[in-house]
Design a protein around this ligand. Structure first.
Ligand SMILES: [Zn+2]
Ligand SMILES: [Zn+2]
Length: 205
């Protein structure tokens, strides 16, 4: 996607946008939390393996900022999504055994320079009359505002007890006795005939 020139986004935020596909407030929330985690936990590189783990308590756009900034990715098993619909994120660093939990404090209020414009766009959006351009402008204003707010105004950060999440399980795959598709053995179920089957086949039984 093209990143508007009028937006003075940090370079690593631009990378998040490229990865995610669009600029949006959800991604921005994830970005500011990931950046806070980098500084509090003194992380210097994107996680190559599983030395950093992120636990997201929602499955919103924010998750993609963690994947981009921290290298905690769905495929490596160091991104855990517990979808409670909460604006809460925990970032864990294994080698120093430290963990921080970030929790959003309040609902959003715009505090930038374009208050009137933002309020107009806001009401156009709530009455479902906003055009695509207006929705984009609204997102941009909100993003820039979020990036300019002091982090502590938006999120509560707390050092929490380090708990080691289990490493991503590696297991052999076997073919499902029902559909024959290769399936990780540890995720297979036993059916009525005592055969190993995949979860979708087990649910169909
Ligand atoms: Zn998004
Ligand atoms: Zn199957």
């Amino acid at each position: 996607m093209k990143i508007e020139n009028d937006l003075k986004l940090p370079e690593d935020m631009k990378k998040c946008v490229t990865f995610h596909g669009h600029l949006c407030p959800g991604l921005t929330y994830g970005y500011i939390v990931a950046k806070a985690a980098v500084s509090l936990l003194k992380l210097d590189n994107r996680s190559e393996d599983e030395e950093v783990v992120a636990i997201c308590e929602n499955d919103s756009c924010a998750v993609d900022a963690f994947q981009s900034i921290l290298g905690t990715t769905a495929g490596k098993g160091n991104l855990i999504i517990n979808n409670y619909g909460k604006n809460v994120y925990t970032v864990i660093k294994r080698n120093t055994q430290t963990a921080y939990r970030f929790s959003r404090k309040t609902s959003y209020t715009y505090s930038g320079e374009n208050k009137e414009e933002f309020a107009k766009l806001d009401s156009a959006i709530s009455s479902k009359k906003a055009s695509e351009t207006e929705r984009n402008r609204h997102r941009h204003l909100k993003t820039m505002d979020l990036l300019s707010k002091p982090f502590d105004e938006v999120f509560e950060s707390a050092k929490v007890e380090f708990k080691m999440p289990a490493y991503a399980p590696l297991a052999r795959s076997e073919s499902c006795a029902c559909c024959n598709e290769m399936t990780m053995k540890t995720l297979m179920k036993t059916d009525g005939q005592n055969r190993l089957v995949c979860i979708p086949c087990h649910e169909k039984e």
